[in-house]
Write a protein that binds this ligand. Structure first.
Ligand code: NAD
Ligand code: ZN
Length: 361
């Protein structure tokens, strides 16, 4: 990949004041500059192993906490381990937490920062594409409780985010495409023209560093508008749930065999098809978006998705109202909006038809 040129900082407003997303090549080498001795580093075990040379000083600190990035480790039941470790190393008010890793480490540290000693500042060095292009801004922490995913959480913005895109070189292709799924989503929300732009550049995005960087920045800029207008998810931000009601249900119905952003990519395709079957959108919209979505979930279309488990999971979505599913669906022009949809026979049939078509692809 070509060497990157300097990217400009992005400033995000939040209820705790503005914070900066800095693009910094070699961020891990200079991690200790941003991390004085009053900082407690909490790092993805895999990232610690892969980048041990760059992280020598930080990894040598007894206070550094390494966590395996699994859903079990971001469940509430795992938190006593983290609190014990930090307390044993004498964490105090005024100390700072620094997360190094993907969305899992972000959720863990954001939640610790919100609650430990009634609140600490935190910094974030995202290491996955999903975290760099999407989850690193927006303030949310989402924690599992036993098998129930993302059921407990807070709105706790970081003090700063430091992005080094070179860290993405060690990610698997599936993890890259998972991040691209969220990037496609936020471009779709911005409108058909914006989606068509990223769709046309899809292959270059995967192959060329400059193109990837352009779309990381663009995705953050698009998301920033939504989170600044509605940090607490009371209105306009809910449109970000596009692909997610179906995507979360696919993750749950497959026992998390599909990475989050890939499940979201299938979820967008499914939302489009279901909207067509319900007479809400046009053939043209479904066909226009389909090719790039298919490329992005390639290899996962054969994962068995039992329809009953999927429908049960959709019915439990925390965004639903008491009487209806709350879905984000395209209209005839391809514009996305929140729609209340009964979980009736027609809806079930539309879901079944889509899953049959997907399995046969
Ligand atoms: N709070 C939010 O706003 C928000 C938003 C979206 C997703 N999430 C959560 O984020 C989680 C998913 O996050 P994710 O997709 O970033 O992945 P992740 O944190 O689960 O990491 C994915 C895998 O990549 C590995 N990894 C991380 N960085 C690497 C690197 N540079 N090189 C090689 N391997 C690396 C990890 O060890 C792990 O095996 C989910 O739990 C989801 O619920 C939170
Ligand atoms: Zn998501």
């Amino acid at each position: 990949m070509a060497a990157s040129r300097a990217l400009e900082d992005l400033v995000v407003e939040s209820h705790k004041g503005p914070y900066r997303v800095r693009f910094k090549p070699g961020a891990l080498e200079s991690l200790e500059d941003t991390c004085p001795s009053s900082t407690f580093v909490v790092i993805d075990q895999r990232v610690a192993d892969l980048y041990q040379d760059q992280l020598r000083e930080v990894l040598a600190r007894p206070s550094t906490l390494r966590i395996e990035a699994t859903e079990v480790r971001k469940a509430l039941e795992s938190f006593p381990d983290y609190v014990d470790h930090l307390v044993a190393h004498r964490i105090r008010k005024g100390h700072v937490l620094t997360a190094v890793g993907g969305g899992i480490l972000q959720d863990i540290v954001c939640f610790l920062a919100a609650t430990l000693l009634r609140g600490l500042d935190w910094h974030f060095f995202p290491t996955t594409l999903l975290a760099q292009a999407d989850s690193c801004i927006g303030s949310k922490s989402s924690i599992n409780v036993r098998a129930t995913k993302n059921v407990v959480g807070t709105f706790t913005p970081p003090r700063q985010v430091v992005v080094d895109v070179a860290l993405l070189d060690t990610l698997s292709e599936a993890e890259i495409r998972s991040g691209v799924g969220e990037m496609l989503k936020v471009h779709a929300i911005a409108g058909p023209e914006t989606f068509n732009e990223i769709a046309a550049d899809y292959n270059r995005l995967l192959a060329e560093r400059d193109v990837l960087e352009h779309y990381i920045v663009r995705s953050l800029e698009l998301k920033r508008v939504l989170v600044e207008n509605d940090e607490f998810d009371q209105g306009p931000r809910r449109i970000m749930n596009y692909g997610h009601s179906f995507g979360h249900a696919i993750e749950s119905a497959t026992g998390f065999a599909v990475p989050h952003g890939i499940a979201v990519t299938i979820g967008m395709d499914m939302a489009n098809h279901v909207a067509l079957a319900l007479g809400r959108t046009s053939e043209e919209t479904v066909a226009r978006m389909k090719p790039v979505l298919v490329m992005n979930y390639a290899g996962f279309e054969g994962t068995p998705i039992p329809v009953d488990a999927l429908l049960r999971a959709i019915a439990k979505d925390k965004k639903n109202t008491a009487s209806a599913l709350r879905l984000v669906l395209p209209d005839r022009a391809g514009r996305l909006s929140l729609v209340d949809q009964a979980a009736d026979e027609r809806f079930r049939r539309a879901c079944e038809d889509y899953l049959e078509e997907l399995a046969a692809a």
